[in-house]
Design a binder for this molecule. Sequence first.
Ligand SMILES: Cc1cc2nc3c(=O)[nH]c(=O)nc-3n(C[C@H](O)[C@H](O)[C@H](O)COP(=O)(O)OP(=O)(O)OC[C@H]3O[C@@H](n4cnc5c(N)ncnc54)[C@H](O)[C@@H]3O)c2cc1C
Length: 167
Amino acid sequence: MRILISGASIAGPALAYWLGRFGFAPTIVEIAPELRTGGQAVDFRGPLHMGLLARMGVLDELRALETGGTAMRFVDEHGERLMEWPAGLAGGDLEVYRGDLARVLCAAGAGHTDYLFGDSIAALTEHDDGVDVTFASGLERTFDLVIGADGVHSRVRRLSSGPRNGS
Ligand SMILES: Cc1cc2nc3c(=O)[nH]c(=O)nc-3n(C[C@H](O)[C@H](O)[C@H](O)COP(=O)(O)OP(=O)(O)OC[C@H]3O[C@@H](n4cnc5c(N)ncnc54)[C@H](O)[C@@H]3O)c2cc1C
């Protein structure tokens, strides 16, 4: 099955990893010219989160990148401390920078994923044999499945379901 995922942040590479585990070799198109590594801390907590990272085989790598958490301090208008959360409470069981998480997830599925950076979907035409995709670069390819992992202002959602809130 030819699968196209739009967006290489967190959801896209994570999905590509799992698709690979089931024998698929997806393509990911990302509008940015390279993996976006910005952002702040992301926390994981509880057996569901930790178990999932272990099943994906990325837990040890993420452990090595752990921030160690940061205590969170609440202050009043004079800067006087009102309350403080210890690092463990604020950071959960594992805290890493979002950029590190994106890099690790991307690497986890890289062996079976074709990445197209600096491009995006311009048009989708669905027919009985799949979806014809025209990319902004002019590239044209046909896929069986197109998945939107391109964030809250998803181009895929807009192209497949029409404009939302007038946008
Ligand atoms: C650079 C960055 C920094 C962030 N920092 C934080 C943070 O510090 N704390 C926090 O809680 N959340 C942060 N977020 C949001 C957080 O990553 C997401 O809300 C959450 O992880 C959901 O991830 P997602 O993969 O569904 O979507 P997103 O993380 O929103 O990623 C969407 C991806 O799709 C790409 N994209 C967008 N439009 C197109 C298009 N038309 N074609 C192809 N690709 C497209 C984007 O460049 C992006 O890589 C950040 C997101 C980004 C992109």
